[in-house]
Structure formats: C-alpha cells, structure tokens
Design a binder for this molecule. Sequence first.
Ligand SMILES: O=P(O)(O)OC[C@H]1O[C@](O)(CO)[C@@H](O)[C@@H]1O
Length: 547
Amino acid sequence: MKLPAVNPTQTKSWKALENHFNAIKEVEMSTLFSEDSSRAEKFTIKWEDFYVDYSKNRITEETMQLLLDLADEVKLKEAMASYFSGDAINHTENRAVLHTALRASASSEVFVKGENVIPGINQVKEKIKDFTQRIVSGKQIGFTGKPFTDVVNIGVGGSDLGPAMVVDSLRYYKNHLNAHFISNIDGDHINETLEELNPETTLFVIVSKSFSTQETLANANTVKSWFLKTGTQQDIEKHFVAVSSNIKKVKAFGIHQDNIFAMWNWVGGRFSLWSAVGLTISLSLGFSNFEKLLLGAQKMDTHFKTEDFKSNIPVVLALLSVWYNNFFKSETEAVIAYSQYLNKLTSYLQQGIMESNGKGVDRTGKPIQYQTGTIIWGEPGTNSQHAFFQLIHQGTKLIPVDFIGFAQSLYGNQAHHDKLISNYVAQTEALLHGKKKADIIKDLEAKNVAQETIERILPFKVFKGNKPTNSIFINKLTPGSLGELLAMYEHKIFVQGIIWNIYSYDQYGVELGKQLANTILSEIKEEKTSVHDTSTSQLLAHYKSFK
Ligand SMILES: O=P(O)(O)OC[C@H]1O[C@](O)(CO)[C@@H](O)[C@@H]1O
C-alpha cells in the first residue's frame, strides 16, 4: 500500500492548532503547573523501565487532543501498518523499510514481495553469533596463530555511526577486544588508527551496504595495502570480513564468500545497526548483549505498534516536536544525555533525523510550504551546561530539549550520580520557571548589593523560563534499554515524516556533492578540466598551489 498523502496544513486539526496556538502561545507553564496539581502525572508515561515526563511543555490537554487528532487525520495508524508489514513505503526507491524485522522474534513472519524475510535474518544472526564466538573465544586466530585483540570497523554514515555509538555507549559491557572505527576519508584519521594496531592480531570489518562508497572503499584499500606489508594475499581471508548487500562487489574486492555477512536493500543505512552492520557491536560486547539490544528495540516496536497514541512514547514525542517546529517555529532541538556513555548519541541521531526528514518536497512531489526536518544537536550534561546552556536559558531562540538520564549509575558511584542527576533535574526546573526580577532583587539584597548595582545588572540576570523539556528517565543503561531508546527515536522520525507528508527513507540530497567531488578529484589529478564558478576555480587553484 502507498502511504496516504495528506497535506497536514489542510487538515481540520492543523487549523484548530493554529487558533489554539494563538490562544496559548504566551501562557506560562509555571501557571499551568500551579493551576493543576495533577499536571505532572497527567503528562507522564511510565512504560517498562522508562519514565517519560513531558509535563514541562507548553501544552494543555487541548493541545494534546488536537495533536492526536492531527495524527488521525494524516492516517498515522494506517501508515504504521504499512511500515511494519513490509509495504514499499520508501516509495522513491521502491523499497520496504524493515529495520523492525531485524529485531522481530525468530518465529514471526514479515513478507517483502511475497517472501518471508525472517528466515534469512535468522540465518545471518546465526552467522554473526558463530563468528563472534570464534573470534572472542580465540578459536579463530590471525595469520601468525595469535588470537585477535583488535577489531576495526571500516564504514561511514550508517555503516559507522550506529556501531560506533553503541560500542561506545555500552563499553561497560565490553569484552577484551578493542574496537576502532575508521570512517573519514581523511588520511590522518586512518594513519592515527593504524599506528595503534598490529596486523597479526587485528580483524577488519568492512561495512558498506552499497559497497561503492568512496570513503569506505578508499579506506579499505589503504588498510589492505598496510596489511599486505606484513601478511600475504592468502592471509586476507583470515583478517577481512565484509557486511554488504552488494555481494558481487565485495567478492571483487577480494573477500571470501564465507566472510560476507549479508544485508538487504530494505534496511536503510541509518537504521542498520540491528543487521550485520552491528557485527562490531557483537564482537565487542558479545553476541548475547547484541541480542539484548535487539530485544530492547523489539519491545519498543511492540509498544509503538500497540499502545494507544495518547500514551505512546514515540507518538507523543513526535507530536510535541511538530508542535514546536511548526507552530512555535523552533529551529532546532537539543538532546542532552546525563551520561558520558551517550557521548556519541547526538551524532548518531543527527543522521537518523536529518537524513530522513530533511526533505522539501511532499509525497505528491510538490514543494512544501511548511517546516520539516528538525535540526538536532547536543552534548552530554553536565559538560554542555558549561558550554552552551547560556543560549538555551537566555538566548532569543526557543529550543526544546530532551533530557535523558539513568536512575542508576553503572559503577554505583552514588555521590557522583546524585550530583549528576541533581543537575539534570535542576536544569529542567530552571528552564521551566526561569528567574523573575523580584527573586533576583531579593537574592541581591540579601547579599547587600548596592541598589544602584542591582538596577544596573537586573535585566541581564533575568531568566524568562517557559522553555520546554522532555525528561526521559530510564532505570539503567543496559543493552536492552539502549535498544529501547534508539527504537524510540526511530519511530519518532517515522511519525514526523508521516505528519509532514514526506518520504523519510531516501537520501537523494547527499548525492550531488558526491558527484561533484568525483569531477573535482579528476581535476586535482589533472585528468580532466571542467568549468566552475570563479569561487570554486579559485579554491581549486589555491589547493593545487600546495602540490
Ligand atoms: O553503507 P554505504 O552504502 O557505504 O553508505 C554509507 C552511508 O552513505 C549514505 O548513503 C549517505 O551518503 C548514508 O545513507 C549511508 O549510511
């Protein structure tokens, strides 16, 4: 089934939301809290080990009802059925979007063009499991008979960001293998990584769905040449494996058939860590942790599929995001995790969110007249408080923030954890209430600050508050809860794409730059000349003057 194409701005609920927005845009959240003692409870979803408090948003029950009406009017339920059942909802590439099938139970059935894809997924999982066990246990050894100590993932975009983020986020659960990630075509990046490695004990995992990405192929070739300085052509088989849906190209690169882990064209790169793209995750954390990650995602899938929209975490978060993006005209959203482990979460989400929903044409092919794709940014708290929170608190832009935190620390360092979480909670409170003139004067007077000074600095000390936040509290960072969190954001992306009437699963916008880079490269290599604007020609000439 094709996704329904409903222009959201032409729906009844959108119009009602516009009127409602005008009525409540100046309302202070702190007033809403003081008027309704059950507000926090009303706007909190408790599910499994998640506690999602979205009461600190500029919403009323009417707002939520209108947003839920919008979800109905754009036929979200029907779209979800298509998403999970394997319809070609990636219409522009004529593909299904089935990362959810990768974590479905082994006995389920999901059909793509009449074929149940689950048995194929199970087979690859078995292969990942078997390979992981052989490498981790030291049964499979390198070309000089030594067990592997290091794994290098070579890939870019979705073939790098997901595995790199998960391995880093869950490093508490890791085994003895050290994982490295080579992604950038920057030769200094590859050099720095190779310097730390011994070819005799290093396993290379080349990950590329297309197996035609310039960066990945160049990096893989460089690594291969580096390896061949010590090993021989026959030894490659022991040290190089590949993950791809382009088996022909992998073989042409010289990878042995047994060392190829298949993936499918119905897995988008930015949603692929659940497939064999997650091989480095499995190697670094062990297959059972990889399975737990998948199981967490599966639980979130079920929640998303079956829960009433009113208490459905991804749906509610997506609706709130639309509320700010399209009515308050917020330009960006921040994601602040109060966990250093989640240091790479935002870069990962940037691809998922911005590559998916950064679209300017609707599902009928017409240019869109409203805002789509949110800009995502953020760094872990508390570090970010000392970096850019100034702008969130006192700047001119309205920036909704997702605060993510864990109730328990992994090492149980309670004194630190209490401080960490007190910052998390305090920031959401500060953003909600701000600090009004009267309170500032009271504080300053208590410190005996001169009246003249108080008057001079007062305007600069005011915090307007009324800044929206979602508090996502999770019991503990585990492979399972991380899986749940990532799937939550994946479904949020889906819901927003449906509401905005766009196709979220292609990425044609990354192609043009790639093509032009090839043309420019042949010019740098003096193979060809082309006509450019004067700025581009000048830049090229400047670069070439260093050669
Ligand atoms: O896995 P591949 O085919 O090398 O692609 C890597 C990345 O490149 C992109 O196509 C964008 O350039 C991403 O969508 C993808 O994750």
